[in-house]
Write a protein that binds this ligand. Structure first.
Ligand code: DC
Length: 226
């Protein structure tokens, strides 16, 4: 690794539904940085485990099958494409089923180590806005700017419910809230690299802010830090 650091890395961590990906994508586009969606990588692995009927709690089986999975990333016009064993899976990984499987299987060290290496390599090569759960604490501990973005469970559930409704899917708000609480618990309480705020991260609660207000705040921090 070179000591001559010319790129600027922004880490955005937080729980599911806080608005990380929308906000990270906007900031990357404003700054001309690469947007790295690490959740999509865990989702692609999860898709592999689902397709192969692998039990998420069977550590030995998960570890063994990690060897059969190759995840790579490609970029076209600023859009990230996740390639699972040669197949572009972007269109297949946004379901609740894949999200829950990603949360359940990302607890395994073997899964994380495989993806963390890829994430660190991307940040070494380019200026990135990277979002996830452990970016500021584990993947990029020396990131130049770290944001911990959250929102109340009720607000995150309401946003998710509206997204589904816009797609014509009727969902139960209470069930979504429960799902979010379960996911938060798993992501925050796993043994290896759990979701938590890095000591040097800026805390931002987006419950009462619009997307553009959050983007403007982060841009202000960027100009102060740069
Ligand atoms: O951000 P997302 O909903 O696409 O992430 C799906 C799951 O992947 C999330 O519940 C936990 C896991 N994940 C992780 O453990 N570490 C990351 N850096 C990103 C996601």
């Amino acid at each position: 690794m070179s000591n001559e650091k010319t790129n600027f890395n922004i880490a955005i961590d937080g729980p599911a539904g806080a608005g990380k990906s929308t906000i990270a994508r906007k900031i990357a586009s404003k700054l001309g940085f690469i947007y790295v969606d690490t959740g999509a990588m865990y989702r692609a692995m999860a898709l592999y485990f689902l397709r192969n009927h692998i039990d998420p709690s069977d550590q030995a089986e998960i570890e063994a099958s990690c060897k059969d999975v190759e995840i790579t990333i490609e970029y076209k016009d600023g859009e990230q494409f996740v390639i699972l064993n040669g197949e572009n899976v972007n269109g297949l990984i946004r379901t609740e089923e894949v999200g829950n499987m990603a949360s359940a299987t990302s607890v395994h060290r073997a899964v994380r180590l495989k993806l963390v290496e890829l994430q660190q390599e991307l940040a070494r090569k380019e200026s990135v806005v990277m979002d996830g759960r452990d970016i500021g604490t584990y993947v990029l501990p020396n990131a130049d700017l770290k944001i911990y973005l959250t929102a109340s469970v009720e607000e995150r559930a309401r946003r998710r419910w509206s997204e589904l409704k816009a797609k014509g899917i009727e969902a139960d708000l209470k069930e979504i809230e429960k799902d979010i609480e379960d996911r938060d618990y798993r992501d925050m309480n796993r043994e290896f690299a759990p979701l938590k705020q890095a000591e040097d991260a800026i805390f931002l609660d987006s419950s009462d802010l619009t997307i553009d207000e959050v983007v403007d705040k982060i841009m202000e921090y960027y100009y102060k830090t740069r």
